[in-house]
Design a protein around this ligand. Sequence first.
Ligand code: AR6
Length: 177
Amino acid sequence: MSTDVDKRIEIHVGDITAVVCDAIVNAANAALRPGGGVCGAIHRAAGPELAEACAEIGGCPTGEARHTAAFRLPARLVIHTVGPVWQGGDSHEHSLLASCYRGSLKIAAEQGARSIAFPAISTGVYGFPLVAATRVAVDSVRRILAEEPRLERVIFCVFGEEARRVYEAELDRGGPG
Ligand code: AR6
């Protein structure tokens, strides 16, 4: 499964706000307010209309996703998903993180997005260990791509060379079959 699917997966190092694709994913907070990290960067680049659109939605539970327009970003859509805060690993963090990836990809497919860029959700302020989070990200994306032909390109947009190496190692490891 993973060989064909992996042809649709890319790693990009840099700022997600500059990635040209149909949808970019925001590692949001449950209030959908502009925060720091990648969320702050996305809100700054999109302009104040993004915070207004998020305020209209009103919030999003952990593990779920919502979407808005992308305003001044090159993307067409922003998909806001709320990753889990790391609490040691026994508080459903892995399944909640997998649910973020699944929910975001479901919205992308429903909205006709053929390409989507993800940051490393939960691995900054929320403290999810990068290697474990990368395994969840790659596994979840591979599973969905195998059953969702409308999604042509998934970009893992990471910050820095260390994260790139972690993603490359996980993709090299191969999938569940
Ligand atoms: N482009 C791509 N990746 C980035 C960028 C960027 N411009 N900036 C940071 N990263 P974080 P979280 C990476 O903290 O852990 C916010 O305040 C960063 O290196 O942005 O899900 C929200 O409002 C890290 O690997 O998200 C929430 O309150 C990854 O993005 C909270 O933080 C995620 O780091 C969410 O925390």
